[in-house]
Design a protein around this ligand. Structure first.
Ligand code: DAH
Length: 340
């Protein structure tokens, strides 16, 4: 090229560059090759960029024509690159679409349906029998103090029920409640008579075999008013037994002992065993609230009287459904849970 920049040869060279660029772009084999070409043809080190720098040496009146030729060359190359790039992008898109085809006729993956746990169902069923009679649902803490779990219930310090073998004592003081009876105390402390409450909850004892678990479920009942009698207790319990185990279920009240009731009874139902034999099975404890318990919560035991009862929910469910092992309730095996 001449010493001085020559407009005509500059313009010609730009057209040549654009022409040969179109051929090279058309031969690019993939998107990466197109990108490499873009840098080689339009980048700072490209021949075209070099020519643009030379344009500074042209007389001012020639610069517009040179500029126009440069812009046209650039535009031509960009258009060719863009056309090739979008052709590759379209290919890639078609390929991905073909690969990611979704067969909407395939069957879905089933999500197993949950349902209410049999213990929850049993609790709800028993609670409904009492709320229908006007009982309120009450609750108390699983971590209890010895006053509510024992003392206030007339269970003295040396009573066998406090034995280390039955009770989980906490290192920091207090116990895991061994029964729902402390809710009797809490209910009487927080309400004024007349009161009628039903209290479901978890209880804990150091005990485990086919029919005992270290954690199980009880429902406590309590009614306190003027003139509550043993016959009221019997009527309520008969209703419970007949509703839950069937209207013709034979039952009996058998004298028993609990520190917090006097007199005390256990309720047995007549059970027809698979062996053909009929046996009496104990299903709950009950009694008239001991006057000492009423006095412990500041109630006047001369004016007020009450009854109380407590039952094991697992036992009720095991009898009704013929469940042989208490641990089935806690293992969450869907094959078991689905049967209720
Ligand atoms: N708390 C007793 C237990 O866990 C059951 C019980 C018996 C509760 C008699 C009562 C009752 O309210 O009156 O074995």
């Amino acid at each position: 090229m001449a010493e001085e920049t020559d407009l005509q040869s500059l313009v010609t060279r730009m057209r040549e560059i654009a022409g040969s660029a179109r051929v090279r772009v058309a031969q690019a084999g993939d998107a990466q090759a197109v990108e490499d070409l873009r840098i080689a043809l339009l980048g700072k080190k490209s021949e075209l960029s070099g020519l643009l720098r030379l344009m500074g040496g042209l007389p001012a009146e020639q610069r517009p024509e040179a500029g126009k030729a440069a812009n046209e060359a650039k535009q031509e190359i960009s258009d060719a690159l863009e056309a090739r790039r979008s052709a590759f992008a379209a290919d890639e898109r078609r390929r991905r679409l073909a690969q990611e085809t979704l067969d909407v006729t395939l069957p879905g993956r089933p999500v197993p349906m949950g349902r209410r746990h049999p213990l929850t169902q049993t609790c709800d069923e028993i609670i409904a029998i009492f709320t229908e009679l006007g009982f309120e649902v009450a609750s108390g803490p699983d971590l209890e103090d010895e006053f509510h779990n024992f003392e206030a219930l007339n269970i003295p310090a040396n009573h066998p029920a406090r034995d280390m073998q039955d009770t989980f004592y906490l290192a920091e003081g207090g116990v895991l409640r061994t029964h729902t009876s402390p809710v009797q105390i809490r209910s009487m402390q927080s309400r004024r008579p007349p009161l009628a409450v039903i209290a479901p909850g978890r209880v804990y004892r150091c005990d485990a075999d086919l029919t005992h678990s270290p954690m199980f479920t009880q429902i406590e009942g309590l009614m306190v008013d003027e003139d509550v009698r043993m016959s009221d207790l019997k009527g309520i319990l008969e209703r419970l037994i007949h509703r839950y185990f069937g209207e013709d279920r034979p039952y009996r009240l058998r004298p028993s002992f609990f520190p917090f009731t006097e007199p005390s009874a256990e309720v047995d139902i007549l059970w027809h065993k698979d062996s053909g034999e009929d046996v009496w099975l104990e299903v709950l404890g009950a009694g008239m609230v001991h006057p000492a318990v009423l006095e412990n919560v500041g109630y006047d035991s001369q004016r007020l009287s009450g009854f109380a009862f407590g039952l094991g929910v697992e036992r009720f469910a095991m009898l009704k459904y013929g469940i042989p092992n208490i641990r089935l309730f806690y293992e969450n095996d869907l094959r078991f849970l689905r049967q209720f």
